[in-house]
Design a protein around this ligand. Structure first.
Ligand code: G4F
Length: 334
């Protein structure tokens, strides 16, 4: 039974990846940060299943600043594959908390690389990089050879981590690779990211809320895909003979304005009647447009995205409607 270890297992990508690896027969270890609340809504369906948790899925407490504990967990679990997904993932927030963003995302990755290279059996490592490393890019679409020009503290921290993974691959011969992922969403997306903020608001307004949705730059353009597809690409990357980085993207650009249209259309409303732009939601600096060229992933990994943005937004709105209706019945909202 292959053994995988996932940092960031409780996040959107971590939960889809755990399901994928379990379905492929892996034994999965996950690292979680200690918090007073023990609910982990994205993986509770797995951890509360007695046939899975404790036999094929294990959670361990640690965080990326705690090298001693991380090393102990690595030694004990002896993974064949490590998927490093943890970090501060909100670009806007990185302007408010730049030091902890760099501490977790940049130094956390370096710390993990140092631990892995000292292990008796060095596992394969997949790091989830980000399109934010391209910042204001020199070309569009971006490929694996496009130079990095990060424009946010988050982008700088990611660029450090991605380059460090490359350095350890070249210097120490590690099988360590970067998935340079563009925006990827799902019903499990965090509520502060723009797609989920929109789909949740559309669902609430449909069910009677009188609120006004306040957004920042709605002309911003992104390459949005489905998170379930992206974790499949991550797994494929670690099954290759040679370690290489890949762009994971749809290659299709859409604006926040289009996301608004798709979400409010899905509930039969006009977004213009419910949305205001708010200066407070604009970032100190924002990347205007990012589009990925995933032709290498298509060619070598046989990977391609399966869900387009209209379908993705509809899926998210449906899930938010269902969760809110459950909530209004008195049971907790997911
Ligand atoms: O949804 P976002 O916050 O995603 P962003 O900044 O592109 O970052 C996401 O994708 C990256 C690439 O994969 C990841 F590395 C990163 O971890 C994260 O997953 O914002 C998208 C766009 C931005 O231009 C933002 O300025 O939407 C714009 N926007 C407009 N109004 C807003 C809002 N973003 C947020 N979060 N909230 C708003 O009210």
């Amino acid at each position: 039974m292959p053994i995988a270890l996932i940092t960031g297992i409780t996040g959107q990508d971590g939960s889809y990846l755990t399901e994928l690896l379990l379905s492929k027969g892996y034994l999965v270890h996950g690292i979680v940060r200690r918090a007073s609340r023990t609910e982990r809504p994205r993986i509770d369906h797995l951890t509360l299943d007695g046939t899975i948790y404790g036999s094929r899925l294990f959670l361990h407490y640690a965080d990326l600043q705690d090298a001693t504990t991380l090393r102990r967990i690595m030694l004990k679990s002896a993974p064949d594959e490590v998927y490093h997904l943890a970090g501060q993932s909100h670009v806007g927030l990185s302007f408010e908390i730049p030091e902890s963003t760099c501490e977790f995302t940049a130094m956390g990755t370096l710390r993990l690389l140092e631990i892995l290279r000292d292990l008796p059996k060095v596992p394969r490592l997949l790091y989830v990089g980000s399109s934010e490393v391209f910042g204001n890019p020199v070309e569009s679409p971006q490929s694996e050879t496009t130079p990095f020009r990060p424009a946010t503290p988050y982008g700088v921290a990611k660029a450090f981590a991605v380059d460090m993974v490359r350095v350890y691959r070249q210097a120490f011969g590690m099988f360590a690779v970067n998935a340079l992922c563009y925006n990827h969403e799902s019903p499990r997306r965090g509520e502060s990211f723009v797609t989920r903020k929109i789909t949740r608001a559309a669902a609430r307004i449909k069910l009677g809320s009188k609120e006004t949705l306040k957004l920042g730059n709605i002309e911003s353009v992104r390459d949005w895909g489905f998170a379930g597809d992206y974790v499949d690409a991550m797994w494929r990357m670690l099954q290759q003979e040679t370690p290489e980085d890949f762009i994971i993207a749809t290659g299709r650009l859409s604006s926040v304005r289009q996301v608004l249209e798709y979400a409010f259309n899905a509930v039969g409303l006009r977004w213009q009647d419910h949305v205001q732009t708010d200066a407070g939601q604009f970032r100190a600096a924002d990347v205007q447009s990012l589009c990925g060229d995933a032709s290498k992933a298509r060619r070598i990994l046989g990977w391609q995205p399966t869900v387009d943005l209209v379908k993705l937004v509809e899926m998210m709105v449906e899930s938010d409607l269902a969760a809110l209706q459950t909530h209004s019945d008195g049971r907790p909202e997911n």
